[in-house]
Design a protein around this ligand. Structure first.
Ligand SMILES: Nc1ncnc2c1ncn2[C@@H]1O[C@H](COP(=O)(O)OP(=O)(O)OP(=O)(O)O)[C@@H](O)[C@H]1O
Ligand SMILES: [Mg+2]
Length: 280
């Protein structure tokens, strides 16, 4: 962890020869801030560090897509095809919306609900796991990071993202139920690594302190004791600013914007340094 953020970025990302690192941000539990974390990490990666990022919204509810358009109001160039049309054509290149010169997104859409049907009707059962991996391979040379946003299940939607990923990040609330869920989810990821994707690294649990009271602090300690290697040192706290960003898009010039961005920037930096620690 001794490397500086700039050194880690330079060593990980060769500008002349891009090969995206693929990250799934996931947890079994709904509403733990997965899509929010995804949206803010993509914002920081592109706006602050100048990385080229592709977000893939594998959620038919398209929360991530909506969040990104609240921040970046008018995408530069809309995709010709939807995500599911790209999947059906076995080519995602026309499903990419250019948001700005650093950020692209494959939008989530209600018709992603057809995914499992498509797999079972037209493909073999391997596609429950390996479809995205195959489809994103040709896209990797255009990006530094590819970020998957998933739904909190273990169906083809999430399995495909996890199998296509180099890293998994788990935002986890400091609540008793969430603690039990975390254990289950780690077991799921270990099984996925063993059976489908040996490259997968669980890069970390990112604690999300909902109340910052005694109970939260106690549970945080529990994560740190049980998973000392993978629990992030930098935490996310509940913040009114993040809620407002969820409604109005991310801003940088209002009260508490800087402080809130800093909280996520430290998480971003720790993520990059952990990746560098694994790879270099
Ligand atoms: N740090 C934070 N402070 C305050 N509110 C937050 C924070 N992070 C997320 N939220 C809020 O929590 C709610 C759920 O967040 P989000 O949609 O990111 O969760 P999710 O895990 O993606 O949910 P789902 O499982 O439904 O996809 C949103 O209203 C969001 O604005
Ligand atoms: Mg979500």
């Amino acid at each position: 962890m001794a490397r500086s953020i700039n050194r880690s970025l330079n060593e990980l990302f060769d500008e002349n020869e891009k090969k995206a690192r693929v990250i799934t941000i996931a947890n079994f539990k709904g509403g733990v801030g997965k899509s929010t974390l995804n949206s803010i990490l993509a914002y920081i990666a592109t706006q602050k560090y100048g990385l080229k990022v592709l977000q893939i919204d594998s959620d038919p509810q398209m929360n991530l897509t909506k969040k990104m358009y609240r921040t970046f109001k008018e995408p530069y160039k809309k995709a010709e095809k939807s995500f599911i049309e790209g999947i059906q054509a076995e080519d995602l290149s026309k499903s990419i919306t250019i948001v700005n010169n650093k950020l692209d997104i494959i939008e989530g859409a209600w018709d992603m609900a057809l995914l499992t049907n498509h797999i079972h009707k037209n493909l073999n059962s391997e596609a429950d796991y390996y479809l995205y991996q195959y489809l994103i391979e040709p896209l990797k040379e255009n990006y530094n990071l590819i970020l998957f946003d998933v739904i909190p299940t273990t169906t083809a939607y999430t399995n495909n993202c996890v199998v296509a990923s180099d890293y998994a990040l788990m935002p986890t609330q400091t609540e008793e139920d969430a603690y039990d869920n975390t254990k289950t989810y780690i077991d799921y990821l270990i099984t996925m690594k063993r059976d489908y994707n040996p490259n997968l690294e669980l890069i970390g649990i990112i604690p999300y302190l909902v109340a910052n009271d005694m109970v939260d602090r106690k549970l945080l300690k529990k994560y740190q004791n049980e998973y000392p290697e993978i629990t992030f040192n930098n935490l996310i706290k509940r913040s009114a600013r993040v809620k407002t960003w969820g409604l109005e898009g991310i801003t940088e010039d209002r009260t508490y914007d800087k402080k809130t961005l800093k909280m996520y920037d430290l998480v971003f930096q720790e993520m990059i340094k952990r990746m560098a620690g694994i790879e270099l």
